[in-house]
Design a protein around this ligand. Sequence first.
Ligand code: PLP
Length: 398
Amino acid sequence: MSIYSKLQIEPADPIIKVMVRSAQDSSPDKVDVTIGVYKDEDGSSLTFPVVKKAKEILHTNDPGHSYTTMQGIPEFNKGARDVVFGEYGKNDNIVTIQTISGTGAIYMATNFLTEAGWKDYYVGNPAWSNYYQTIDFAGGKAHTYTHYDEKAQKIDFDSLLEALNTAPANSIFLLQTCCHNPTGADFSKDQWKTIGELMKKNKLIPILDTAYQGFATGDKYEDAWPVRYFYELNIDFLVCQSFSKNLGLYGERTGALHVVVQDRNLLPNVTSTLLALFRKICSFAPAWGARIAAEVFKSEELTKEWDQNVADVTKRLRTIREKVHQKFVELKTPGDWSPVLVQTGLFWYSGLTEDHIEQLAVHHHVYATTYGRINVSGLNDANIDYFCRAVDTVVRGS
Ligand code: PLP
């Protein structure tokens, strides 16, 4: 009897299944709009021009490979906090710890809240699927409400309001600040204000997950408005931050967790708990991605260039959305395709059914997630027409 015989085969992530299937298709017509990585007009994944410059500086100055610190690279932590909190970043009641990207920030946040004694989570469906496993792994319990009304193709705000009004005090709400994954449907400022006021009144705990800051409006500062608004409410809350998308540092696993603490007497306890947790999972923060980001944060010139890089990416995403919509108008494709224009960021939550997606793969070499999420950056002038015609065909059932 093997010592491993009790192990089960874990369910495969549905996205990985589609990626494997797509990799096996060698058709020149293939269009892959599955995984959430920004692709450039030529279909390749983009290294931000500003990141190339930061790497050159690092190569010249060679910081070596010694251990960093448990809390992370100080210039990175300071810069990351300023990026998301703006003018409030300098305040002394935010504890920042470097994390293994956004996923690691959520892992740290959930385990930290377990230590603090809180474990009831509210997650809007659909959501980034990794939330559920992470909450479970931290010993938490996920309750759901509806984030998106599939029929009306818009946010189901009433469902969230009901959850905010009925959840017991100290329940945790995991919300995305912008470019919601997978729906691209974000709250308006008025909706955020209602959410914030209810959170404060009902003593709820917000975790704000920000993985696409800048990709909604093209302006990182504007996209981080909900974080600054929550800060102004003077409540305890947490921010999970990823630089995978808005600096294109996917594989470098670059992110941070920020914990806002109202009772300053508890700052040492918060810091100590975070450090102890990180010590267990990683000991010392990873260096390369954070050093690249820190070079950008430290330099006014590189920061400006980064702003421009993000604005360029966002502009392209918007143009693709407009082209897709225009094509469906030209083709007179049955259905309402306006959500592609309204939704923000990398993803278009298309409303295509699992059957449509299957037909797109089998008959047209088009690969998307089974729940109809399309990474719009995978479309470009060379394939938009083909893609839209394929969608038109499957929607018509012909
Ligand atoms: N949060 C959301 C909503 C995401 O979509 C992602 C990645 O796709 C993450 C967090 C984590 O990203 P990463 O761990 O790659 O930084």
